[in-house]
Design a binder for this molecule. Structure first.
Ligand code: ATP
Length: 350
């Protein structure tokens, strides 16, 4: 097991700073997910930790020890990529055993390790098969087993599930959560998919343009986003943001926080609009509702409303967020939040 620390890390490609003076501590034994839009620097960060593409300046510490000069193979890490490099001509057993054989581990110990790890990842009955006869998920597990056999303190994973179909991805997410519990090692997982981040992480590190926007457990990220970028990156559809007349601030609410009705509602924020689109997703329906000033997305378990229909909607006080002119969120226990809430209440009444 191991903790990871990045101190004032900068990475420059072709004179362009992709990451600048970044500081991050990844806790020992936790499942940390690095998430953010394409090109924000997630893979670059992971490769710096691995030592595959070292930082231009700053330092990387593993368990408090500066590994900036340490070769990737000597850092006590294992990497699993989206294009899992398994050897097609070797059996599952040989694939898992490969690294051990190279390291001169004796046969009896190798067999024992392969047996126990293949049991952990559910491949015990497939040890003599060739990878080509396995499903995508099973192949991904071979790649995981190959990484696990080295008993690393840290697993670095870069979009390992992106080649799998939606159903298998959901299954593998659960398997990874269980694997993390079983192994107790530090997992650092890169994805651009906020749902993956929300479902697996102990802690999410959300990045944008090489900068960390927020580091927090999923529930905190969702309920108390520190800025508009976080508010809109986490959650589907994203948080609605609205402007307020004569205020240097904006308000926000999640699509599922709105109540819809055919009669006027009594909430801190309330209005009326016309349904522009309706998407029935099964247990929920997403409505796009437009009034004179805004178009908002609202999610409801009530699928009774039709496109074209006029509806009343409202959002309760506890579900409202406020942001300053720099898009930072006001703390909901602070006086600014309270003042803006009263102002919005007034605007809603008008
Ligand atoms: P994605 O989700 O699309 O994989 P990412 O967040 O992992 O994106 P990175 O691959 O870390 O993003 O790339 C961050 C930025 O650095 C991008 O603008 C990319 O073009 C640039 N970059 C990455 N690798 C190199 C390289 N070897 N040479 C030049 N620029 C690079």
């Amino acid at each position: 097991m191991a903790s990871i620390e990045l101190k004032n890390v900068t990475k420059t490609f072709d004179k362009h700073n992709v990451i600048e003076n970044l500081n991050l501590t990844i806790e020992d034994g936790k499942f940390t997910v690095l998430v953010g839009p394409s090109g924000c620097g997630k893979t670059t960060l992971l490769r710096m930790i691995a030592g595959l593409d070292p930082q231009t300046s700053g330092s990387v510490l593993i368990d408090g020890k500066d590994v900036s000069q340490t070769a990737p193979g000597k850092r006590g890490l294992a990497m699993v990529f989206q294009n899992y490099a398994i050897y097609p001509t070797m059996s599952v057993r040989d694939n898992i055993e490969f690294g051990l054989r190279n390291n001169g581990v004796p046969k009896a110990q190798r067999t024992e390790l392969v047996e126990s790890i293949s049991e952990t990842v559910g491949l015990k009955d497939y040890l003599d098969r060739k990878p080509s006869t396995l499903s995508g998920g099973q192949r991904q597990r071979v790649a995981l087993a190959r990484a696990m056999v080295k008993k690393p303190g840290v697993f670095l994973m870069d979009e390992p599930l992106s080649n799998l179909d939606a159903k298998l991805r959901v299954q593998m997410r659960i398997e990874l959560i269980e694997l993390h519990k079983k192994l107790g090692s530090t997992f650092v997982y890169v994805t651009h998919d906020q749902v993956e981040a929300m479902s697996m992480a102990d802690k999410i590190v959300l990045m944008n343009k090489g900068e960390i926007q927020q580091e927090a457990p999923p529930a905190v990220m969702y309920r108390k986003p520190s800025n508009q970028f976080t508010a809109q990156f986490i959650g589907v559809p994203p948080m609605n943001i609205g402007s307020m007349a004569n205020a240097n601030a904006q308000f926000g609410f999640r699509p599922e926080s709105a109540v819809l009705s055919t009669a006027p509602v009594e909430e801190a924020f309330k209005s009326k609009g016309r349904i522009i689109t309706r998407e029935m997703l099964g247990s929920e329906t997403i409505y796009q509702i437009k009034n004179d000033t805004h178009t908002f997305m609202m999610k409801s378990t009530n699928d009774q409303y039709d496109a074209g229909q006029e509806v009343y909607y409202g959002v309760a006080e506890k579900h409202l967020h406020f942001f300053d002119q720099n898009e930072k969120r006001y703390d909901d226990t602070g006086s600014e939040h309270q003042q803006l809430l009263e102002k919005l209440r007034g605007l809603s009444r008008a």
